[in-house]
Design a protein around this ligand. Structure first.
Ligand code: FYN
Length: 577
């Protein structure tokens, strides 16, 4: 519908007019973008108001970084670009971390920021929030555009949408200088300048020869393995992936956000035999997973001595050979590639050798049995396993719940303990292991899916986005936040031996995060045992009321996780002491 601004008043020349504000909103609506995550302020306050009045859902956050994380995960969940709207310079910079995160994680997102006047910025004459935002955004995103004239708004947004979702998805920056919003033009011409993006992410069909090559290598394997990454989860080709994995009979290892693509309790799941399968596999097929640090770059002791052949399925041709030789690259969108495999496999595909399957089954059963008694712990204060055991049972009973997870121990242990049963239900820190995604992800997950959300947060991780519990309460979202509170980062027991200041990794002891939630009208609960925790989470998920549970974890529980290779070195001198 025409979203006219006003009528011109010159006698005898009356005509409908529109302006930059209205055209941005019309362009978003025309392209099915019905939700904006952002923080209002100069110069986009009216844009938010008018978008809301025009029927777009506008969620106002307390900090742009959290709005940005929300937009990024909205993109992952929907395959449409999540939109984050910010003010100029500081607001833009606050949103930029999330834009870079979206790009790194291959989530489609558009950061739309107001900016100050080009003429003044370029001459560096000291405008309000002066900054060359386009130049700063460029290296951190997949594409960056600036629109200077109202008649180019349609094209600008179309380019942003297409860049965000086509090929390998990523973050896009769209710069809207303040002056643009008040540029007036004839409404008809304005509407005609809008662009509806047709087939924004066209299928990319793999070449038949690459499909055959990959299947020949897979067939030749004695100890094959499929690794599913979050690219596979993003593809929303769930049935085809499940059929392919089952038809192949090959064990699969899900990366953390691919958990649930096939259930973690599936007989072919090798998640609980991770070290064994990485070391011993002779052929590894990566589907939407990259050989980055999370997979030790495909080499070194994680991968054992046995020679390996890698097959890689990815939409991005440049991903191939990025760390090790890929003997069978298959370039295309995951859905098309997996369907092509299914078509080409024929009826007499033989499953993986049984001795390989039984080696994995034995290791998996051993690891599961080793963990089982720890999950029964009803200690108070809780340890990680006791608390996670309670949450694992809840997710098993409520498999549609979206499980958001960040922290150090809270992340590392929940990844293994809490089985996922359905695709795209586990959302976590992603490629950068970034702390701070928690509340933004939870809000977008609730808004985009309408499903209940359980966010399990380390006490440190929560701090990065904690103020957004007010946002959760304001929009009355069905989000239950559980804070694993052990009084610090890794542990709450570190001591500063050199002075009166607290140690660098500890927080105020016995903090009651639940009281924060009560301040905003949400439900706050202090849980000191797994039974109490379970009751409180079930009550929250039943009621759908915004809830925050302060789960009291033993400050001595937890270890210094996050020492990944040489990334977090310990001082040799200190060790010698
Ligand atoms: C790179 C990693 C995937 C590698 O982790 P690993 O510890 O090697 O593997 P995990 O998958 O976590 O599994 C650990 C072990 O648990 C086993 N495992 C897994 N699932 C289960 C179940 N359900 N039951 C029993 N045992 C299990 C698995 O086989 C491994 O044992 P074995 O097979 O016996 O080895 C991970 O470190 C990771 O995702 N890190 C991200 C960390 C991060 O982003 N942190 C943010 C910064 S924190 C701030 O400082």
């Amino acid at each position: 519908m025409l979203n006219t601004a006003t009528k011109s008043e010159a006698p005898g020349t009356e005509q409908e007019l529109t302006d930059g504000f209205h055209l941005v909103i019309d362009a978003l609506k025309l392209n099915g973008i019905d939700t904006i995550y952002g923080v209002p302020g100069i110069p986009i306050t009216d844009l938010g108001r008018m978008a809301q009045a025009a029927g777009i859902r506008v969620l106002s956050f307390r900090h742009e970084q959290n709005a940005g994380y929300a937009a990024s995960i909205a993109g992952f969940l929907t395959k449409r670009p999540g939109v984050c709207l910010t003010v100029s310079a500081p607001g833009f910079l606050n949103g930029l971390t999330a834009l870079a995160h979206a790009t790194t994680n291959c989530f489609p997102m558009i950061l739309v920021s107001g900016s100050s006047e080009r003429e003044i910025v370029d001459l560096q004459q000291g405008d309000y929030e002066e900054m060359d935002q386009l130049a700063i955004a460029k290296p951190l995103c997949k594409a960056a555009f600036r629109v200077l004239h109202a008649q180019d708004i349609g094209i600008g947004l179309a380019r942003a949408i297409r860049a965000a979702v086509s090929g390998r998805p990523g973050g896009v920056y769209l710069d809207l200088p303040a002056k643009l919003f008040s540029q007036v033009m004839n409404a008809d011409a304005g509407q005609k300048s809008l662009v509806k993006v047709i087939d924004a992410a066209p299928e990319q069909i793999p070449s038949p020869s690459s499909v055959k090559r990959a299947l020949d290598v897979l067939k030749s394997a004695k100890r094959p393995l499929i690794i599913l990454g979050k690219g596979a989860a993003y593809a929303q080709a769930d049935e085809a992936i499940k059929n392919f994995v089952e038809k192949s009979g090959v064990p699969f290892l899900p990366m953390s956000m691919a958990k649930g693509l096939l259930p973690d309790l599936h007989p072919q799941c090798a998640g609980a035999a991770r070290s064994t399968v990485l070391k011993e596999a002779d052929v590894v097929m990566l589907i939407g997973a990259r050989l980055n640090w999370l997979l030790s770059h495909g080499k070194g002791k994680t991968w054992g001595e046995a020679p390996k052949k890698f097959i890689q399925v990815d939409i991005e041709p440049k991903e191939m050979d990025s760390n090790v030789e890929i003997v069978a690259p298959v370039v295309g969108d995951i859905g098309s590639c997996v369907s092509a495999f299914l078509d080409a496999m024929g009826a007499n595909w033989t499953a993986a050798p049984t001795d390989w399957l039984s080696t994995i089954a034995k290791k998996r059963d051993d690891n599961v049995a080793k963990m089982a008694p720890k999950l029964m712990s009803n200690a108070s204060p809780m340890d990680y396993h006791g608390a996670l055991g309670a949450l694992r049972a809840i997710i098993a009973e409520r498999p549609d719940t979206i499980f958001v997870n960040e922290g150090a121990n809270t992340l590392d242990l929940a990844r293994g303990v809490v089985d996922m049963h359905k695709p795209r239900k586990r959302l976590d820190v992603g490629t950068w292991g970034v702390m701070g995604i928690g509340m933004g992800y939870s809000i977008a997950a609730a808004v985009e899916t309408g499903l209940p959300v359980l966010a399990v947060e380390g006490d440190s991780a929560f701090g990065f986005s904690g103020m957004e519990i007010e946002t959760i309460c304001r929009y009355r979202l069905p989000i239950c936040v559980v804070i694993f509170n052990n009084d610090g980062i890794y542990r709450g027991t570190d001591v500063n031996s050199a002075g009166d200041d607290p140690a660098t990794t500890v927080f105020v002891k016995g903090s009651r995060y639940d009281k924060m939630m009560e301040a905003f009208g949400g439900v706050g609960v202090n849980a000191t045992s797994p039974d109490e925790l379970k009751r409180a989470v079930n009550a929250a998920l039943d009621s759908g009321k915004p809830t925050l549970i302060n789960a009291v974890i033993d400050p001595a529980a937890g270890s210094e996780s996050g020492r990944i290779g040489n990334l977090n070195p310990q001082s040799v001198l200190q060790k010698k002491k």
